[in-house]
Write a protein that binds this ligand. Sequence first.
Ligand code: ARG
Length: 464
Amino acid sequence: MADEKKQATWGGRFSEGPADLMLRIGESVSFDQRLAAFDIQGSQAQAAMLAHVGIITEAERDAIQEGLDAIFAEIEAGKFHWDKSLEDVHMNIEQALTLKVPAAAKLHTARSRNDQVATDMRLWFKFACDQLDASLTATIQSLVDLADKTSAVIIPGYTHLQRAQPVSMAHHLLAYVEMFDRDRQRVADVKEQANVCPLGSGAIAGTTLPIDREFVAKALGFVDANGNPKCTQNSMDAVSDRDTFIGFAAACATIGVHLSRLSEDFILWSSAEFGFVKLPDAFTTGSSLMPQKKNPDAFELIRGKSARLTGNLQMLLTMVKGLPLTYNRDLQEDKPPVFDSLDQTLLMLDCVAACLPGVTANEAKCAIAVADPALLATDVVDYLVVKGVPFREAHHVVGALVGLSEKLDTPLNKLPYAEVSKIHPQLGEDWSEVFDLERALKAREKTGMPGPKQVAARIAHWRK
Ligand code: ARG
């Protein structure tokens, strides 16, 4: 280990320093240094509160806050030396501050790293949720744009991956917009859950010192809509609760599942077998062997990465499951999965948002796929129902028509009327007018259906 062994801040009772392997397994600064901005914010609020209640002087507060500003500037400039023997971001910053400012020795008054890290992470979650929201919004925007361009393109909708009924490509794409909009709500809920201040909970049982928890909560922006401070209500829960981690990882995993399903659709649609869309070159790759290949790698990687996101959620649930109250060092492992979930989810969303503008629909291929008249078999059932035929009977009648079409090897809409009329008296000569795609879609204008007016209204809704 390159870093020389330093006496840790907790070193008073120890006769020798930790073994190199203890340092290696114990350090978290390699990944929690990304909390520096939030850690410094928390410490500045803590110093302000300590001065407010008279535990430190105003001069000491100012010295601490200025020292922390200087350290933050060093970190931002990449000049700060992170020392693994100081374990984590909290001790690295506190030690650096101690070298600059004697009053730093008072900063940790009435605070433990347990409530400190819980506070840092809640600040981080609020920041992370804002980033997710922005990327979700951009993805929604790109889907709505593509829907706008493809509202006249009719494709088969599928159930069981078998052609089912015609829909516009726009209606299909807008299904994902509904999912990502629900994800935005989920992310907003996580942000709200994070918006409670644990500082002052100490290691487990608060403190005997006359601190002002509400003051710190306000200073850090843990407030409700009316600006009133929000503080955690049980010190033991506050230092051991990881629900926000789980909620955040669950929100990312759900976004990942939605992105994965979208990816799967684009992978299928861009295959020769479907050929519904052409993907932009910039988001595909070639083969090192087969010159003709154009592979949908971005979408495949998104599908693959969604597994990581569900794994991160699983990891957190498993880690917390058997822990006795309150803080246990296991909990240090809580950060890599949520950092990874944020980074990967943003990358996945941003890729989709950047790729979709380059996607074009292959209208000729879509028209061939949707030309199968059997896609409108259900509409023939509805035609009979309108004429008073009970649904079950109508379903049976159309089943017979489909059987006849297979037997005569003739498309449903091309069956000779002489044969058709024998199957049911209510099948009038106008029965084949049902086989008109535009008409079929225009007949579906109730809320949530794929009718062109509905789709246009949904696009207008999302534009707002
Ligand atoms: N690096 C630690 C973590 O992330 C900070 C809390 C340490 N607390 C303790 N009691 N050792 O969990």
